[in-house]
Write a protein that binds this ligand. Sequence first.
Ligand code: SF4
Length: 352
Amino acid sequence: MSAQLTLFAEPALTSEPKRARRIHHSVPEVPSTTVPTALLRAADWILLNSSGGKDSQAMASHVCRLAAKLGILRRVVIVHADLGDVEWGGTRKLAEEQARRLGVRFEVVKAEGGDLLARTVARFFKLKAKAEREAAEQGLDPTTVKVAPAWPSSAARWCTSDLKRGPIRKLMTALVAELGDLGRPARILNCMGQRAAESAPRAKLAAVEIDRPASNGKRHITTWRPIHGWSDIEVWKEIARSGLPYHEAYDWGMSRLSCSFCVLGCEADVVLAARLRPKKAVEYVAVEKKVGADFKHGLSMRQIVQRARALDAEHGELRRPPRGTALSGYVGKKATRKYLARVERGRLALAA
Ligand code: SF4
């Protein structure tokens, strides 16, 4: 007997049913306040998640300014989840440099078990083994099973949970241990640069909420999205005000940072990234072949590479744009010149 099994939903990789996780009785359902100064004052740690991208850096400089006014800058920690070679070069260093200029502690976390590409391949083999096992149990021909896509997607965003959220939670555990016994659960204000203007799912996120799954009897985590209501121009104005360096990928024309090839990125971004990182794009093509599925729903990396090559053939290789190109589009040339001078002064101070 033969049949095709298709697993569309995000599947559990073991046949054991997952036990519902009990949340400690002390963890509140809703935040006691949404007022920024009250949130900051109440926190034992103010953890700023930084991808090194424009939204994270605008969020970080904004929150640091508020924390400095309250005299609690020492409670601020910037954390960067290092994604290895799939993220734009220099991102980790940039996040560290931004933290140094803001005068706050910097931490890097990194998931064990390989980068996004290695994990996609490993995940494919796990999904395949599971589908074959289930087919055999049902008396079907295991060689005909169709395996669910191993790539992350908006419906199966394991890249964020495995590579960012999980390692950052380990840091939370370490930070709580540093506080010693407070006689109550530690309070961590976990700040994210997510904005409503980025996408419909992000627009639905609350500006402040209790992260109940990450909380327990020892720590209560409040998620705060300080720039949730900000527009692009407000973000760039904050960057100009802060004088913090931003990643050059924006000057090349990228609209987002983090992974050079994001499964959720728009076509223009991934094609541009393939022009800027052609060798990395070819590695993605090889993984597509190995796992038998397109990198993005409806758009394969093979097609992306073809489009990038066609653009190179038509227009020639991309030329490095002047520094400040992205910022200048939002705040004008004069403000950009001032900003670049401040970035440079910060660099000289570091060298001195
Ligand atoms: S940047 Fe995109 S692909 Fe990379 S971890 Fe985030 S969502 Fe996943």
